[in-house]
Design a protein around this ligand. Structure first.
Ligand SMILES: Cc1cc2nc3c(=O)[nH]c(=O)nc-3n(C[C@H](O)[C@H](O)[C@H](O)COP(=O)(O)OP(=O)(O)OC[C@H]3O[C@@H](n4cnc5c(N)ncnc54)[C@H](O)[C@@H]3O)c2cc1C
Length: 464
């Protein structure tokens, strides 16, 4: 990769063209500003353009392209392999573009790409609305949306991209376009799952839904019941009403409040649930969880505002932890797969390391596989195995654990993984994820970014 160090006059001109700030390596704030969510990734860009409007973004794209700089686009900076930044290149940073506009009449939300999940939930909750997206409030909505976006509302209302109505995009040649169901339809198709490959998105318009108070929270069982709970869960959840989303976890109880001290450090299996609707209905639908399974070790299930559920895990997952994660799409959970899960989860090297199975069914299945770039709609779950620890000295250990665990489970999966749960794993994995949509994505890439200017991502190469 060729990186040309711009001369100071070029940089000065670029700086003067921006309303936002340009952070260079000598800036005392450089190290703080370049930090990514994953503490395992340490990238040192040449320049960070903290854009405040579309004009800044256009200027940054022109500058980066003309200077032959590697360009990274940073939304929330939460990406596992740190694809929101790059070494020695230009970062187009959206951390100052956090505007959210909610229109309660049309039930739509327009959000800028620096917004976190929490920013969007906060703004829409005031109107009794929510946009289907992720489950942790600090995650950036830009990368999450462009990769697909699944969470508590997906079973009822679909993926985040199924609720995306329009995007504004700055293309590789600096043009500004609108992509929606009638303008630049090919681009709009590709942006819904194809990641940051096609241009710099400067705003997203979403359909929002009436979600305000929800009933839910975590329930833990001792790991000795995990086999039974998993077998039960694989039958129960797919036939449960779509108002209920329960994701499954193999975890360790963190040694911290609010968990009772007597269960700190205990290996557990968990169901973390969200029911969209009144408590009385939730109690009926969730009754089998309490009636058919052993008594839980811990439960915190109640009525709460949706943003409260969305930020339940924030304190456990601050910025800067070491993360190594691997994903896969899962259609079925045979007993052999459950055994492999239990064997490897038992060896988790830290309290925060986890496995989650997120439901991908109901409304997600109602959209056809070639309707958006997101191909794996025949899956039942999106799985993530994440080695997580605050201590950088444990980076190797958590990585080894996640890789070995994944090797054991991969034969039971349908190939391909949610792009937002992948490290940098090569073209084969990307092609497996997009399946029959990959060729079409390459053609759209060729049309909108023929020189692969935007390649700091799960890269789709332009068609030859
Ligand atoms: C704690 C945690 C919880 C998570 N929970 C969920 C979940 O519940 N559901 C879910 O679906 N995912 C979840 N994720 C995964 C999440 O979707 C990805 O980490 C995603 O990349 C985050 O987006 P970001 O904007 O923060 O990423 P960044 O690191 O900023 O960017 C990621 C990628 O998106 C591209 N990109 C970012 N902004 C733009 C833009 N404006 N225009 C074009 N390309 C852009 C970048 O080029 C980069 O390739 C979670 C991640 C973490 C760390």
């Amino acid at each position: 990769m060729v990186t040309i160090m711009s001369n100071s006059t070029d940089i000065k001109k670029f700086k003067a063209s921006l309303r936002g700030e340009l952070i260079e390596r000598g800036d005392p704030r450089y190290d703080e500003i370049r930090k990514l969510y994953n503490g395992m990734v340490d990238k040192r860009p040449l320049l960070i353009a903290r854009c405040v409007n579309v004009a800044d973004v256009i200027s940054a794209v022109h500058f980066g392209r003309d200077q032959k700089l590697l360009i990274a686009i940073r939304g929330g900076g939460h990406n596992g392999p740190g694809l929101g930044s790059c070494d020695d290149g230009l970062v187009i940073d959206f951390s100052k573009m956090k505007g959210v506009h909610v229109d309660p009449e049309t039930r739509t939300v327009r959000a800028e790409p620096g917004c976190t999940q929490g920013d969007m939930d906060h703004a829409s909750h005031a109107f009794g609305l929510a946009v289907p997206a992720g489950i942790v409030s600090t995650t950036g909505i830009a990368g999450l949306t462009l990769g697909g976006g699944h969470g508590y509302l997906s079973r009822k209302y679909g993926l985040t991209i199924d609720n995306l109505l329009e995007t504004n995009v700055v293309l590789a040649d600096g043009r500004f376009v609108k992509a929606n169901s009638s303008q630049h339809q090919d681009l709009f198709w590709a942006l819904r799952g194809g990641g940051g490959n096609f241009g710099v998105v400067t705003s997203f318009v979403y359909r929002a839904h009436p979600v305000s108070l929800v009933y839910g929270g975590p329930i833990f069982w001792d790991v000795k019941h995990a086999r039974r709970v998993m077998q039960w869960y694989r039958e129960f959840l797919p036939q449960a009403p779509e108002e209920l989303c329960s994701f499954f976890g193999l975890k360790t109880v963190p040694s911290t409040a609010p968990f009772p001290e007597e269960i700190w450090g205990r290996k557990i299996c968990a169901l973390i649930s969200c029911f969209i609707g009144p408590r009385e209905d939730a109690e009926v639908v969730m009754k089998p969880i309490f009636g058919e399974l052993p008594s839980p070790l811990f439960k915190h299930v109640d009525t709460m505002p949706f943003p409260a559920l969305q930020s339940l895990f924030d304190p456990l997952l601050p910025t800067g932890l070491q993360w190594y994660w691997k994903g896969d799409f899962v259609k079925e959970l045979p007993d052999e797969a459950i055994d492999a899960h239990l064997e490897h989860a038992a060896k988790a090297p830290s309290e925060l390391s986890l496995t989650h199975l997120y439901p991908i069914d109901k409304a997600v299945h109602r959209v056809s596989r070639n309707n958006t770039a997101w191909n794996c709609r025949n899956a039942t779950w999106s799985m993530v195995i994440a080695g997580i620890d605050p201590n950088p000295h444990k980076a190797k250990e958590i990585t080894k654990w996640a890789k070995e665990y994944w090797e054991a489970i991969h034969p039971f999966t349908i190939g391909g993984a949610y792009v937002n749960f992948m490290m940098e794993e090569g073209q084969e994995r990307i092609q497996a994820t997009y399946g029959e949509n990959h060729a079409r994505l390459s053609a759209v890439k060729k049309k909108y970014d023929p020189d692969n200017l935007f390649r700091v991502n799960q890269n789709i190469k332009p068609a030859p």
